[in-house]
Design a protein around this ligand. Structure first.
Ligand SMILES: Cc1cc2nc3c(=O)[nH]c(=O)nc-3n(C[C@H](O)[C@H](O)[C@H](O)COP(=O)(O)OP(=O)(O)OC[C@H]3O[C@@H](n4cnc5c(N)ncnc54)[C@H](O)[C@@H]3O)c2cc1C
Length: 578
């Protein structure tokens, strides 16, 4: 079994991130970078040890669901104890700045922690992940007063958070939100009225609520304009209830320990985060963090399923030998590993860019930056932002769909045992499905990616990759770098034809997203192979397999047109009328 703090992560800790720049820019020129990196290692190792130790109890208690008792949410024992272990070790709300009592972990390392928690207990991860995300949003958009009030309590683990977007009529389409925010007369203070559904950890103290401002509700109806983001606690300062009621908890197919609540707001007092009417933008920040978090969840669940599949196929004997010796099984196992490592590579590439921009922001906040340096850093920041906007939905889509395939293959490799109600891999598969649905479904992720591609983001991403590939010339990796270069040209040609017709583009969004992912991952895996020769086969195999798919997808896109949408409609109506 690969360790929880594994090679896939250590590559970035030890080789692929420029920690020197990160820490000098975030902490100042006198930062002791070696000590800082060692601290990251200790934190990641501690998280790994805790997560490894809580996994058996989480597997054992998988069926136990969160309960609603007298209006309060009670989580199962494995969730409560797992949370307490992490809290005691100071590994909750890990993005909170040091001045508010946090550890300000780089996004990449925070992401590893979420993966490890998911690998042990996917339900617990939702609670820790949302808590960290809500704290980050308060840190980004809250006033100093709000930060002082809430962030130390998040950092200590005393309070948890929930993100309240979804309503019965507003799922993927957040423009349909109707929860109303009515101004009280005091600047930024409102009362909230309405219902939210499917709210993870809805029993927590702090709710970040996306609501429609009552005074502009008529004009803004049906759009994401006129929405603001509000911080709404469940308790008023005098200790009384704030009109935030948990109406019910849902029964689900997986992540039973994670409470999923319907929430009623009834005159609940709330404070606005960020400018009025720009709540969707602020919430996007939280959602993008959460998307990266759900991608981590997909990786963590996928790793757990791979552990089980590797162990089982080594010990299950058929035809006189372990089934792991069968070529078909070897191929399935190695494909699962490729799927996992490929989506991991994309996710870490995205995390590294986010951390790079955090470091640039910190650098720009310093007085000593010259005008010329400021202009250069701002331009790099802008390009990175463009790349992050494309990579975030791609990373969420790739990791969660990979999780679905990996857990399904793990069930298959267990044969009939995998289909039993108590099968661990069956349960991991059930847990994994939700990752492709919440924080925006896979269809919404590829549609978001398509929008960014339409604005030119793919060119920016591919330009960077071309530069990276130049560094591989004259090495044994050059042959593979050339294949990636050729793939880039094929996809660029196909996509420029596609963008001329948005309906056809939407039909092909998955195909285009898959191709972009295959190419970005190919380049990232080559970087891995350059610093660790043991990873050569992984990169070579990915590129050999995926560049064929890239070529096929490019041809399918180039040869089709919008009439394919009509054909889909005809197929559906023929089936319905048969
Ligand atoms: C366990 C769980 C926890 C959750 N936690 C939270 C939470 O903490 N906070 C919160 O606010 N919400 C939460 N949600 C809600 C979740 O984010 C939504 O379920 C999700 O965004 C999808 O919305 P929907 O269920 O209304 O599906 P719909 O929007 O009705 O979508 C149904 C299908 O239509 C497809 N579809 C919809 N629009 C398009 C389009 N434009 N193009 C292509 N396909 C499209 C979707 O991809 C999907 O396949 C949670 C949900 C669950 C199940």
């Amino acid at each position: 079994m690969a360790a929880y703090l594994n090679d896939g992560m250590l590559l970035y800790l030890d080789h692929l991130v420029d920690w020197d720049t990160y820490f000098r820019w975030t902490k100042g020129d006198d930062a002791d970078v070696d000590t800082e990196v060692e601290t990251l290692r200790v934190i990641a190792q501690t998280a790994a040890e805790i997560c490894e130790s809580i996994a058996p109890e989480a597997r054992e208690g998988w069926e136990e669901a969160a309960r609603l008792e007298d209006g309060e949410v009670a989580v199962p024992g494995h969730i409560a104890r797992g949370y307490e272990r992490l809290r005691e070790a100071g590994i909750v709300s890990f993005g909170v700045a040091e001045q508010y009592g946090g550890v300000a972990l780089p996004g990449m390392v925070g992401n590893w922690v979420l993966q490890m928690i998911s690998r042990a207990d996917a339900g617990l991860m939702t609670i820790v992940g949302l808590q960290a995300g809500v704290a980050l949003d308060i840190q980004e958009f809250g006033t100093e007063e709000l930060k002082q009030e809430w962030l130390p309590r998040f950092a200590s683990g005393e309070v948890q958070g929930a993100m309240d977007l979804t309503e019965p009529q507003a799922g993927s389409d957040l423009g349909a939100i109707s929860t109303l925010a009515t101004e009280t007369g005091e600047e930024g203070r409102v009362t909230l009225d309405g219902q939210k559904i499917f709210i993870t950890n809805g029993g927590s103290e702090v709710h970040l609520v996306l609501a429609r401002d009552a005074d502009t509700a008529e004009q803004s109806k049906g759009t994401t304009k006129g929405l603001s983001l509000y911080l709404c606690p469940r308790t008023r300062p005098d200790g009384s209830s704030n009109g935030v009621a948990v109406e019910r908890l849902e029964h689900k197919q997986g992540i039973h320990g994670s409470p999923t609540a319907a929430i009623r707001f009834d005159g609940a007092q709330a404070t606005r985060l960020g400018p009025k009417g720009e709540g969707f933008k602020a919430m996007l920040q939280l959602m993008n963090n959460a998307r990266i978090g759900v991608a981590a969840q997909g990786i963590g669940i996928g790793e757990a399923a791979l552990d089980e599949a590797l162990q089982y196929t080594r010990q299950r004997v058929q035809f006189g030998q372990p089934i792991a010796e069968q070529p078909l099984v070897k191929n399935m196992l190695s494909s699962m590993i490729l799927d996992l490592e490929g989506s991991r590579a994309l996710l870490y590439r995205c995390c590294a860019l986010i951390d790079r921009n955090t470091a640039i922001d910190a650098r720009l906040d310093r007085d000593e930056v010259s005008e010329a340096e400021r202009a250069e850093l701002e331009s790099i920041r802008e390009r990175n932002e463009t790349r992050i906007r494309l990579l975030t939905p791609l990373a969420k889509y790739a990791a969660t769909e990979a999780c679905d395939r990996i857990t399904r293959s793990a069930v298959q490799l267990h044969g009939g045992v995998g289909f039993m109600a108590e099968s661990v891999v069956g349960r991991l598969h059930a847990d994994g499905i939700i990752t492709t649905i919440y924080e925006g479904t896979s269809e919404i992720q590829v549609s978001f990616a398509l929008k960014e591609i339409g604005k030119g983001a793919m060119h920016v991403v591919f330009d960077e990759i071309r530069k990276e590939l130049e560094g591989l010339d004259d090495s044994e990796l050059d042959e593979y770098a050339s294949k990636v270069r050729a793939g880039i040209e094929q996809v660029l040609q196909a996509s420029s034809a596609l963008m001329a017709d948005f309906s056809y583009a939407l039909l092909s969004a998955r195909r285009l997203a898959d191709s972009a992912i295959d190419l970005i991952v190919g380049a990232e895996l080559l970087k891995h192979a350059r610093v660790d020769s043991r990873r050569f086969d992984l990169a070579a195999s990915w590129i050999n397999r995926k560049m064929l798919e890239v070529e096929m997808n490019a041809r399918r896109i180039a040869e089709g047109d919008v009439s394919r949408v009509d054909r889909c409609e005809r197929i559906i109506s023929t089936f319905e009328s048969a």
